[in-house]
Ligand binder design. Sequence first.
Ligand code: NI
Length: 227
Amino acid sequence: MLICIPEVLSKAEVADFRRIMDAAEWEDGRSTAGSQSAMVKRNEQLPPNGEVARHLGGRIVKALLANPLFVSAAIPLHIFPPLFNRYGEGHHFGIHVDNAVRGDPATGMRIRTDLSVTLFLAEPDAYDGGELVAEDYYGSQEVKLAAGDLVLYPASSLHMVTPVTRGTRVASFFWLQSMVRSPQGRSLIYDLDTAIQGLVTELGRDHAEVVRLTGIYHNLIRTWAEI
Ligand code: NI
């Protein structure tokens, strides 16, 4: 399941990110690719352990944890320090699957990559091409979102970024380990939470059946959570 989450960063925050990123030094994106994906990857990245990536990544993680829709959809346990890439004309990333486990040498963090995240940092009209294409249960989905919006998709899915033919695509990308490993379990919990939020609006949080459903929500997490 692909889930799009709007306005994780405000337009003012995106502009501040871009000001800082545009002044930074960039390197070849193959530095963080596995051996298969290095063969199909052509883009640039901010150095993963550089001061700029760490500072901006920290701001993204803070925004994510304050975003109820993100927390509901991802049920995050560990969020990998966000990385940043840009695709100029002719850059692309061919079809690949992300590595199953990611280690961060700077912190010693090691996570199982359950979900991949792309946070768009350029407006869609600033570049042509550069769509994220991810395989879903329902076939291939093409994603190109407004600056400040993000998409969550299963890290297990084949995906690619189509060639940029005009302008520059700028994004942050990272992975997370969810407390709920199974995609079906996460999807069920997310759907239940969405339905409960709808009922809260209709009936109020203290309606007896809303309280009962909220209990079921927590007990499903209690059943499946690995922490
Ligand atoms: Ni990837």
